[in-house]
Structures are given as C-alpha cells and as structure tokens.
Write a protein that binds this ligand. Structure first.
Ligand SMILES: CC(C)(COP(=O)(O)OP(=O)(O)OC[C@H]1O[C@@H](n2cnc3c(N)ncnc32)[C@H](O)[C@@H]1OP(=O)(O)O)[C@@H](O)C(=O)NCCC(=O)NCCS
Length: 286
C-alpha cells in the first residue's frame, strides 16, 4: 500500500483492554519483548490510541498520567509494513492532544528520536538496558542494623513516600499494579525503610524495577536480592546510562544490550534528597 493510501485509510481510536494481544503482536513485529500481559498492565494504567486500516491495528501508542501535571509516553509502534508514511507523527500528535499541557517524558529509540525532536522533545539523559541469563550471584551482604524483607500491601503508604521522593511524582496506581503482579523487597536500616525494589514477569523473563535507593550500594543490594539463586534465568534491569552499577550487572550476566535517549517536553521534576530511581518500572512507565 502506498504512503498516501496508508495515510488516507488509517483511522485513530482509543486503545481498549481487548487490544492487549494485538499490541503485543505489534511489539513482536518491531523486535520488542512485551507479552500480552505486559501490554494489558500498560493499558490498564494509561490512555492511548491505535491506528487501524480496514479494522486491522497497524500502529499504537500510549501515555500514563502521574498527577495532574505530568505524564510519561511510550510504546509507540508503527508496524514495519506501514512505517515512513506519516502514521507515527499522526499518532504522536493525537497522543499529545490528549496529554494537553502536561509535562511529558519518554525514552526514545534511535528510530523515534527525530520525530520526537520535531515535536518539541529535548534529550536530557539516557537509559541502558541490561539483560541476560543470570550467573551465580551471591546473597547481598548487609551491614549491622540493615535488613531486607518482603513488602505487603500494608507497606503501600511507605512505598509511595519513598517512590515519590525518588521520582518526584505521585505514582500510587503504578505501585499498586506492580504489587499485584510482582514481589517487592524493602531495605531497612535501623528499622526505617530506606529503599525498595520490585521483581515481576516481563517480556522474555523477569524484570527488576523500579529500584528506589539512597545510593548505589543500596541499589545493588536491592538488585542482588532478586538475582541471587536464579542462575540461568533470563532477567532484565534498566539503569541510567553511565551508572556505576553497569559493570556489576554485566559481571552478573546481565549485559548492556541497548540504549535509549530520555527526552522531555516542558519541565520534569528535579528531585531533592538522596532517594533516586536507580531503575525504572519500565522504559515506558518511568
Ligand atoms: C519510530 C516510529 C514510531 C515512527 O513511525 P513512522 O510512521 O515510521 O514515522 P513517520 O512516517 O510519521 O515519520 C516521522 C518523522 O520522523 C522523520 N524521520 C524518521 N527517521 C528519521 C531520521 N533518521 N532522520 C530524520 N528524520 C527522520 C520523518 O521524516 C518524519 O518527519 P516529518 O513528519 O516531519 O516528515 C516507527 O519507525 C516505529 O514503530 N519504529 C519501531 C519502534 C520504535 O522504535 N518506536 C519508538 C519508540 S520510542
């Protein structure tokens, strides 16, 4: 189909829960690992659009609100047969019309970055994906007074406090969804929660994220907790490009496999204090 026919025939509509399997098929077509379950989680937490031609979904994109003034945007996919015809731009314009005047952050692939630049996004950092089959990982060594324990729903308010301090955003819905699907470890020092990490199924295996911690040493403990005892399992952690933990993750079997460029439109919160997001929940959700 010619570019002009694709442009004329494509119709945009809101994404629906029932689109999860076809969204996963689009992801597979561009080499992404998302399962239908991963797409269902993303659809449940956000808003989005799909482009259809004669009823067939050929493109999709989503955004996730955090409070009234911020959002992340992602999972922008145009099927390989329909790329280069203007669908990506049309989809992005539709999503940005929905997002209105929120500040928006996204993680751009090399394929998407030129489009996002044209739409006013500015590069502000990067994320590096580490994945692979885990080697023999030692149990993390905890200093006196430190402890790791599993979180329960009773910890939700404390997790929200830590996550908000690290991300600068209210992300209760995201945390609730993560706790439903995964397991959460809390690091305590002197009986006080100082960080947490979540493990859940994602894509080809298991994903660790978000990881919220005051420093690299704590972040490493919160990652190692999930990596230990999982020799041979396929695991993924995304970290800031250039983060010191890259070498350690690589030595545990999780090699650096790809980089994306973090881009923002308008202002993204700057975080005060020591708590930081050392790994996102996912590149799309932040
Ligand atoms: C990125 C993607 C969504 C773009 O969709 P698309 O329908 O092919 O894009 P469009 O045809 O609308 O083109 C978008 C714009 O980017 C421009 N563009 C694309 N590649 C470019 C490049 N290498 N250099 C400069 N500009 C480029 C196009 O010229 C076009 O600009 P224009 O609208 O001003 O003419 C699509 O390629 C895709 O799905 N890729 C795989 C998944 C992916 O990487 N998604 C991005 C996730 S962040």
């Amino acid at each position: 189909m010619s570019d002009s026919l694709i442009r004329e025939a494509a119709v945009l509509r809101d994404v629906a829960a029932s689109d999860a399997p076809v969204y996963a098929a689009l992801a597979r077509a561009v080499g992404w690992p998302h399962r239908a379950e991963d797409c269902a989680m993303a659809i449940g937490l956000g808003h989005g659009l799909v482009a259809t031609i004669a009823g067939e979904v050929v493109a999709a994109g989503m955004w996730w609100p955090y409070g009234e003034s911020h959002a992340t945007l992602g999972m922008i996919i145009v099927s390989p047969d329909h790329q280069g015809a203007g669908l990506g731009r049309r989809l992005m314009q539709g999503l940005l019309a929905q997002v209105k005047d929120r500040s928006v952050m996204l993680n751009a692939t090399a394929a998407g970055q030129p489009l996002y630049e044209k739409l006013g996004f500015v590069a502000c950092g990067g994320i590096c994906q580490h994945h692979g089959e885990v080697l023999e990982v030692a149990a993390p060594l905890l200093a006196a007074g430190a402890a790791l324990r599993l979180a329960s729903v009773a910890d939700m308010a404390e997790l929200e406090r830590l996550d908000r301090a690290a991300s600068g955003l209210p992300r209760q819905a995201l945390l609730a969804s993560l706790l439903e699907r995964g397991e959460c470890a809390v690091l305590e020092r002197g009986g006080r929660a100082v960080g947490f990490s979540v493990l859940r199924r994602f894509g080809r295996g298991l994903l660790v994220g978000p990881v919220v911690a005051e420093n690299d040493a704590d972040a490493r403990i919160l990652m190692a907790h999930w990596l230990q005892g999982r020799r041979g399992q396929f695991m993924r952690v995304d970290i800031d490009a250039g983060a010191p933990l890259a070498g350690w993750l690589t030595s545990q079997g999780l090699k650096s496999v790809s980089d994306v460029v973090t881009m923002v439109r308008r202002n993204w919160p700057t975080v005060q204090g020591a708590l930081r997001l050392h790994a996102p929940a996912s590149q799309a959700l932040g």
